[in-house]
Design a protein around this ligand. Structure first.
Ligand SMILES: [Zn+2]
Length: 186
């Protein structure tokens, strides 16, 4: 994994190219994040929220994709929210990813209920694809030997096929998410 603070460790480098596209089975809200919001996008994915992040898209492409796939465009760029095509935008106010995540959680009433906005750690943080459980034997030669020996459960991304397992940072990430979701409690 490129970021040591991520919850799951990925076995290989992610393929380049498009992230997983709209998942009709996934409950709304769905998001598309602008190039400034990569960290926010990854944390939303860890929450299980369908979030496209493709920094190569230009402003018009971002807006068009937002409309085509019925996604809320998350942006730090006020001018973008004033564009004619900007029908469903949220201006992210802070530069700090935690504050950004807190804003999205509050504004869109995200919860930990899988029926509402997905399940934690159900999406690939690299490409937004759905993760599915995969048989331990099937990944024997795709992960380091000690990882295979130490872990029982593995997940595979349906889109980019990368393998995840629960890493040592899992508890820390859970704490951050719990802390952020506290803002939703009465
Ligand atoms: Zn993936």
């Amino acid at each position: 994994m490129r970021n040591g603070r991520d919850t799951f460790v990925v076995a290989e480098q992610h393929q380049r190219g498009h992230s997983a596209t709209a998942d009709e089975a996934c409950p709304k809200p769905r998001f598309i994040a602008d190039a400034m919001l990569g960290k926010l996008a990854r944390w939303l994915r860890m929450l299980g929220v369908d979030t496209v992040y493709e920094p190569s898209l230009n402003d018009t492409e971002l807006l068009e994709r937002s409309i085509e796939e019925d996604r809320v465009l998350l942006t730090r760029d006020f001018r973008l929210t004033q564009r004619k095509l900007a029908r469903n935008c949220s201006l992210i106010e802070s530069d700090c990813w935690k504050e950004q995540l807190r804003q999205v959680v509050c504004e869109f009433h995200l919860t930990t209920d899988p029926a509402e906005n997905g399940k934690r750690f159900s999406r690939c943080v690299g490409c937004n694809g759905r993760l599915e459980p995969v048989d331990r034997e099937a990944v024997r030669f795709r992960v380091p030997v000690h990882i295979h020996e130490e872990h029982e459960r593995f997940l595979r991304c349906l889109h980019c096929k990368h393998i995840y397992w629960q890493g040592s940072h899992h508890a820390a990430v859970e704490r951050v998410l719990d802390e952020l979701m506290d803002v939703r409690r009465p």
